[in-house]
Design a protein around this ligand. Structure first.
Ligand code: F6P
Ligand code: MG
Length: 472
């Protein structure tokens, strides 16, 4: 069911997979080891400590295997049926070693394998080895969080009090909300191996977003807006549910902007329900788990305790976080009351499914998860957030970059009846839907890859695409 083109490989020096496998995966594993170690050090339960030490040893062994290009071994059965899917594919791909293997499969395998160490334990079953990092970065995105909270409150209040209808202004607000949601993806934690917290803060504010507008290579939002508006005004749908789905990517700031978009769509009547699709196991460092949703709402409900209690690092550096102003608290509380009301009324729903942590691309969804595909046909719009979801949509293979997005979606293209919107900042090699000559032009820019054959401009989250495929 996969596209018939060569997959990006960790053995190809021209692919971002190459340095990802050699540099970034070992760092991610080291950070996981540090995290478990830290929890072990603070743990009073001897049995839990012993198990924790065993997990540290397993993670260290895995890191050794990656760095020494050892074979990928079958994943141990931890009771979930996807293990068989992973192992079957591993067998079909033939003997694989870490540094010469298909990027997409191997990276998914890495996170799936890590999760078995925890699920197979007694006392660490639900432990999220990336939670510390997620919370830490979310705290550090405080300036952008506050700026957006103020903007959101202003906008929603205006929408409620303004009886005048201004179609052009309304369209612009839709675009702004989608762009906010898009750029929240620029800063996932798997890239933190090469970015500092200061870099991240710079990427998140409205100033950065304005500057980044020219970096959107494909912008099909006007067609998306027309589509949602037509559904809203369709008398046949007047008493029906109009649903928008968001296949989530990262927790923290990105989840926050996803909720901004979701809340806005509901308030503007562009959707009557928004279904959010998180992951079921710790995934690609920063992806959303249901528990991250709870952490976020809690932070909004108790902003003082979230932002003003010194973190472990603050304590080490003898730093006291700045106090929040009353107006800021009020704005965060406004968000909390809006979103928790939507959640309580069933208009904002969380729906995890292990299909999102499988090894393959989404070309396989109709065969592997026909129920998900049927469900998505009922949706007015399915938004896929982020880089990994984009790689999975188009198969992480070497498409010519001018290939239409609709074609690269394969079985999820227009004939599927699913309306797909990808909001993705580019952090990998694959890209489609570009104008002829654009890729060459970007390669010629500084650090763009030149004539090396590598598409380096697409590796750092600086460029983005918002691609739409309308199902028929
Ligand atoms: O930087 C590359 C990468 O780690 C890819 O392996 C992966 O697709 C992506 O980043 C994760 O980014 P996102 O959180 O946007 O899916
Ligand atoms: Mg992610």
């Amino acid at each position: 069911h996969d596209p018939k083109l060569p997959a990006y490989s960790t053995g190809d020096p021209n692919s971002f997979a190459y340095s990802t496998a050699r540099e970034r995966w070992p760092i991610i594993l080291t950070q996981a080891i540090d995290d478990v170690y830290r929890t072990v050090a603070n743990c009073d339960d001897a049995a839990q400590r012993d198990e924790g030490k065993k997990i540290v040893a397993e993670l260290a062994q895995l890191k050794y295997e990656v760095q020494h290009d050892r074979a990928l071994t079958p994943i141990r059965d931890d009771g979930y049926p996807d293990v068989a899917i992973y192992n079957k594919e591993l067998e079909q791909l033939g003997p694989l070693t870490w540094l010469r293997a298909p990027w997409l499969f191997t990276e998914c395998y890495l996170f799936r394998r890590m999760s078995t160490y925890f699920t197979l334990s007694q006392r660490w079953k639900n432990y999220d080895v990336f939670a510390r990092q997620k919370i830490k970065t979310f705290r550090s995105s405080r300036p952008a969080v506050l700026e957006l909270a103020a903007r959101y409150k202003e906008l929603i209040t205006q929408m409620r009090t303004n009886s005048e209808h201004n179609p052009e202004a309304e369209k612009l607000i839709f675009m702004e909300m989608c762009e906010v949601c898009l750029w929240g993806n620029a800063t996932d934690l798997s890239l933190l191996t090469s970015l500092t917290y200061e870099d991240i803060q710079k990427l998140q504010g409205s100033e950065a977003r304005r500057k980044a507008e020219k970096n959107v290579l494909v912008n099909e939002l006007p067609a998306v807006y027309a589509h949602l508006l037509a559904a809203k005004n369709d008398p046949a749908k007047a008493h029906r549910d109009r649903r928008v789905d968001i296949v989530l990517d990262n927790a923290g700031f990105e989840l926050y902007v996803d909720l901004i978009l979701a809340g806005y769509l509901l308030s503007a009547g562009l959707a009557t329900t928004v279904v959010l699709h998180p992951k079921s196991i710790p995934w690609f460092v920063s992806d959303v788990l249901p528990s991250d949703f709870a952490v976020l709402l809690n932070a909004l409900a108790n902003p003082r305790s979230f932002y003003e209690t010194p973190s472990e690092d603050d304590l080490l550096q003898n730093k006291q976080p700045e106090t929040l102003r009353d107006k800021e608290i009020e704005e965060l509380e406004f968000l909390f009351s809006e979103w928790s009301k939507f959640h309580a009324e069933g208009m904002l729903v969380l729906r995890p499914n292990r299909v999102w942590t499988g090894p393959g691309c989404f070309w396989r969804l109709p065969a592997e998860a026909p129920n998900v595909v049927e469900d998505f046909k009922e949706s007015e719009l399915v938004i896929f957030k982020g880089d990994l979801n984009y790689r999975k949509l188009v198969g992480d293979v070497s498409w010519d970059p001018t290939t239409p997005f609709t074609e690269a979606l394969g079985p999820l293209g227009p004939a599927s009846g699913i309306n797909v919107l990808a909001l993705r900042t580019c952090k990998a090699d694959v890209v489609v839907g570009l104008q002829p000559g654009k890729d060459e032009e970007l390669k010629q820019m500084e650090g763009g890859g030149g004539t090396s054959g590598a598409r380096k401009w697409a590796w750092n989250g600086k460029w983005a695409v918002m691609s739409f495929s309308k199902g028929s």
